[in-house]
Design a protein around this ligand. Structure first.
Ligand code: ATP
Length: 354
């Protein structure tokens, strides 16, 4: 069990800064996601927490103890690189018991621990099988077993499901999350897949170019993106951005779109100039009415919903509406928004006006 606190953590490789002064707290027992595009610094952050990379500056504490300069072997953290990394010449039992035997644990105790872990993972009946002939799922379970059996303070996982095909990946993601819900071990998980992060994470840190863009629960990140980067990175299709010139004067200011005032809550006073109204596709309402209109460019059928692409005075916009709503390309339709769900951004900084 471990609470991990990161304070002003920074990593430079020569003149290049991979991670800029990051601060966040991973609470005890949390399933914590480091999310962002390739090269944003998430693996470097994970490696610093595990002790595989030492920070240039900043502090990492585990349960209140400063471990920033300690080697990995003294942090009691299990690193699950790639779940397929098993010892191919050993059977399942030997693969799982290896970390315990190398610690010098007596045979009877090893046997008991391995039996416990095998039962948690549902692999008791394959303990004596060679790992070579196992299915992908069983290999993943064995690799996890080897990490769990040491009973470490926390688990670090770097894109553990990255090599799997979509369907199997989803299944293993569910299994991992269920395992976590049973064990409640602090887990830090790196992914570039926003859906995986949203589905599995208790909390998410979204990184971009070595900077933390936002830190929070999946819902907070989806509903109240702090930046345009986060708003675009999370959600599929991503949040729409309607660009306009305007002035935000007071608590709930009206944004004029096509002569129709739209009330936008949560905004800072006095912002003026190039603004961006952020609207999730599922919060666009298409109807016959309304002064603010758009021309339907295309529709894409997705089963229960459809994605409608429209051209508006403020640029292109995508709406997710029920697929039984009859809409044709070329038509002009009225656009309505659920004001409660809108986010207003400053175009220059890309930051939400809150
Ligand atoms: P990916 O998903 O592609 O692994 P990432 O978000 O995990 O991306 P990192 O692996 O943390 O990104 O790398 C962040 C940046 O730091 C990259 O530009 C990378 O090239 C650079 N970097 C990482 N390790 C080193 C190193 N040992 N020496 C120099 N540069 C490095």
């Amino acid at each position: 069990m471990a609470e991990i606190v990161i304070r002003n953590l920074r990593k430079e490789f020569g003149a290049f800064t991979a991670v800029q002064s990051s601060s966040f707290t991973i609470e005890d027992g949390e399933f914590f996601m480091l999310l962002g595009p390739s090269g944003c610094g998430k693996t470097t952050t994970l490696r610093m927490i595990a002790g595989l990379e030492l920070p240039t500056s900043g502090e990492i504490t585990i349960d209140g103890e400063d471990v920033s300069q300690r080697p990995a072997s003294q942090r009691d953290i299990a690193f699950v690189f790639q779940m397929f990394a098993l010892y191919p010449h050993m059977n399942v039992r030997k693969n799982i018991s290896y970390p315990l035997i190398s610690q010098g644990m007596p045979g009877a105790e090893v046997k008991k621990k391995v039996a416990e872990v095998a039962s948690i993972l549902g692999i008791t009946d394959i303990l004596d099988r060679p790992v070579g002939g196992l299915s992908g799922g069983d290999r993943q379970r064995v690799a996890l077993g080897r990490a769990i059996v040491r009973n470490p303070k926390a688990f670090m996982m770097d894109e553990p499901l990255g090599a799997l095909d979509a369907e199997f990946r989803e299944h293993m993601a569910e299994e991992l999350r269920a395992l976590h819900d049973r064990m409640h071990a602090t887990t830090v998980y790196v992914t570039h897949d926003q859906l995986e992060a949203m589905q599995m994470g208790d909390k998410i840190v979204v990184m971009n170019h070595g900077v933390i863009e936002q830190f929070g629960t999946p819902q907070a990140i989806y509903d109240k993106p702090a930046t345009m980067f986060v708003a675009e990175f999370i959600g599929s299709p991503p949040m729409n951005f309607l660009r306009f010139k305007g002035k935000v004067a007071d608590g709930a200011t009206a944004v004029e779109l096509g002569g129709e005032p739209i009330m936008v809550p949560r905004q800072r006073q006095g912002s003026e100039g190039d603004l961006v109204l952020g609207v999730r596709p599922e919060h666009v309402i298409l109807s016959d009415e309304g002064a603010y209109r758009g021309e339907v460019l295309a529709t894409e059928y997705l089963g229960t919903t459809q994605i409608v692409t429209l051209m508006t005075l403020n640029g292109e916009l995508k709406a997710r509406v029920p697929s039984d709503q009859v809409i044709h390309a070329g038509e002009r339709v009225g656009l309505g928004f659920n004001a409660r769900t809108l986010t207003l951004f400053d175009a220059a900084s890309g930051r939400a006006l809150v």
